[in-house]
Write a protein that binds this ligand. Structure first.
Ligand SMILES: [Zn+2]
Length: 358
């Protein structure tokens, strides 16, 4: 296909959107985030791959299995710290989503990505359906207590205490961000929202996904026959292979097409301005967070960790798996005679012991 044909198709889609007041629904995969520099943890030579290599994962995907996480949460925590919202900048494509929202013609964004970049670009929660979960919330794997993204981040970067950057719940078990692991149910919101949206999809833009993960892969095939569909990906995937008469397939990188679509809609300058604004906000956020991180005094961290460890000790369940027992042992060894405390501080006990001349 020639470049001209692509341009004509994009212009024609843009005209339909503007003239017929169509709303646009997006279906996204990893390809839309590539330009932000997010590393593929399965690719040798990337920093994250090298960091994970030390853990000798039985297989790469083990990092996203609950059983493995419960035994050894450290590799996932290393990955989570790397991918945590705020570390990477949104791409031009993410900014285009926000522009669709600002123009009042965004229907929904269904994303398989866990990088949160749609939110970082400013897209409102109501428009985003994170099919495979996100870091926006987290829960204890045992008691299901919920934690905010910020609370988990604070625990992830706190390497000074006995938990060494592995987020622990007050019950002593591990906290896992609400990323959907293998074998876990997908968020109910995906099904509810899709039920509501499926018949109302005027325009479906599928971008940067190989459409191999189900049930997400089926969504673009379930839209009505009247829906205008566009696939931006390096190869035809899903039911775009067989295709519909009105389908548009463009083999190109997502940001290039985001720019072209914005230009065809007459939003070229709007997109440029928005990208600049979003990147500036992101830069400021990163600087602020770095400053906050640098300001954490080791004393504060130790105090908080000890408090946490006391709670852990008090609420430990009698039956624990190996990893938890090991963790509890580590916790104990960092405390002064916790088994003697009985609600009293170790200073009080040591004071009594010294009076008894033991
Ligand atoms: Zn818990």
């Amino acid at each position: 296909m020639t470049e001209d044909l692509h341009d004509r198709q994009i212009r024609s889609l843009a005209e339909s959107i503007l003239l017929k007041n169509y709303k646009v629904t997006f279906f996204l995969g990893a390809g839309v985030s590539t330009a932000s520099g997010i590393p593929d943890f399965r690719s040798p030579g990337t920093g994250i791959y090298d960091n994970l290599a030390q853990f000798n994962l039985p297989y790469a995907e083990a990092i996203f299995t609950l059983d493995y996480f419960k035994q050894n949460p450290e590799p996932f925590c290393v990955l989570a710290e790397e991918l945590y919202p705020g570390n990477y900048r949104p791409t031009v494509f993410h900014c285009l989503l926000k522009l669709f929202e600002d123009k009042g013609i965004l229907q929904r964004v269904y994303t398989q990505n866990i990088d949160n970049l749609e939110r970082v670009a400013g897209v409102s929660d109501e428009f985003i359906v994170e099919a495979h979960g996100s870091f926006a919330e987290a829960h204890c794997v045992s008691c299901r207590k919920s934690y905010t993204s910020q609370e988990v981040w604070n625990k992830l970067i706190d390497k000074a205490g006995s938990h060494k950057g592995i987020p622990h719940c007050s019950c002593g078990n591990y906290i896992k961000p609400d990323i959907v692991f293998f074998g876990e149910a997908l968020p109910q919101r995906l099904f509810n929202q899709w039920d509501e949206d499926v018949d109302d999809v005027d325009v479906a833009i599928v971008a940067g996904t190989s459409l191999t993960v189900y049930p997400f892969a089926l969504l673009p095939s379930e839209v009505p026959r009247r829906t205008r569909r566009m696939l931006v990906n390096y190869e035809k995937v899903g039911d775009f292979v067989k295709g519909r008469r009105t389908d548009i397939f463009i083999s190109a990188d997502c940001d290039t097409i985001a720019n072209k679509l914005a230009a065809a809609l007459g939003w070229e300058q709007d997109l440029k301005d928005l990208v600049e604004k979003v990147l500036e906000t992101h830069k400021e956020y990163k600087q602020k967070r770095k400053k906050e991180q640098d300001e954490v005094k080791p004393d504060d961290v130790t105090k908080e960790t000890t408090k946490e460890a006391d709670k852990t000790e008090a609420k430990q369940k009698p039956k624990q798996d190996k990893a938890e027992t090991k963790q509890a042992d580590e916790t104990n060894s960092k405390l002064d005679k916790p088994e003697l405390t009985d609600g009293k501080s170790s200073e009080e006990i040591e004071d009594k012991l010294s009076k008894l001349n033991l």
